[in-house]
Design a protein around this ligand. Structure first.
Ligand code: GAR
Length: 202
């Protein structure tokens, strides 16, 4: 089976969705070998405990710069012989140190339809912009911010009755479904990157 590592900073509901999918046999040929959080108080750590998944807190405060932190991250992931790194609300940019160590093997989920509304507070950005549709994007991570090859996207309409909270909640629901599907495809060996494009094979 492929070895997955999930990186988080907070709640971990996307991590939970992937755990549930593996346990239910909806993702096969994969196991989560570790959860890594840069925050000691991330709720995701409790979720890991509940499912007997080993977890590690790697606090960025202990490192002089991003590169040093990422080097520690790479070492940890190599120790665990990780095949796929899954960013699930990991609120740190990755340096070339990480990207070069895992080419086309780091996935991220972003709460908007990229390339619209990259960066922080994407739900708020779409809401404030007055967009009629937003959604979520699962993509491979490259050296830019939210610029990597797109794997899957799901559309969420912005309703007249929405608040940014209700919108965020609906996007979250789509994220769980979309992320599980992207990880499932990866683990089935069905994703191939050609330039900017991700080819999904039968
Ligand atoms: C998700 O909405 C994810 O799209 C977002 O953080 C949330 C984590 O939720 N990620 C980003 O904004 C990345 N820039 P979760 O901890 O419940 O999975």
């Amino acid at each position: 089976p492929l070895k997955l590592a999930v990186l988080v900073s907070g709640n971990g509901s996307n991590f939970q969705a992937i755990v549930d999918a593996i346990e239910a046999g909806r993702i096969i040929n994969a196991s989560i070998v570790c959860l890594i959080s840069n925050k000691a108080d991330a709720f995701a750590l409790e979720r890991a405990k509940k499912h007997n998944i080993s977890s590690i807190v790697l606090d960025h405060k202990g490192y002089p710069n991003r590169q040093a932190y990422d080097a520690a991250l790479v070492e940890l992931l190599r120790q665990h012989e990780v095949d796929l790194v899954i960013l699930a609300g990991f609120m740190r940019l990755l340096s070339p140190t990480m990207i070069d160590a895992f080419p086309n093997a780091i996935m991220n989920i972003h709460p908007a339809l990229l390339p619209a509304f990259p960066g922080l507070d994407a739900q708020q950005q779409a809401f404030d912009y007055g967009a009629r549709y937003t959604g979520c994007t699962v993509h491979f991570v490259d050296k830019g911010t939210d610029t990597g090859p797109i794997i899957l996207q799901s559309v969420v309409p912005i309703l007249g009755s929405d608040t940014v909270e209700s919108l965020t909640q609906r996007i979250h629901g789509e994220e769980h479904r979309t992320y599980v599907e992207a990880v499932r495809l990866f683990c089935a060996g069905r994703l191939k990157v050609e330039g900017r494009k991700v080819i999904i094979s039968e």
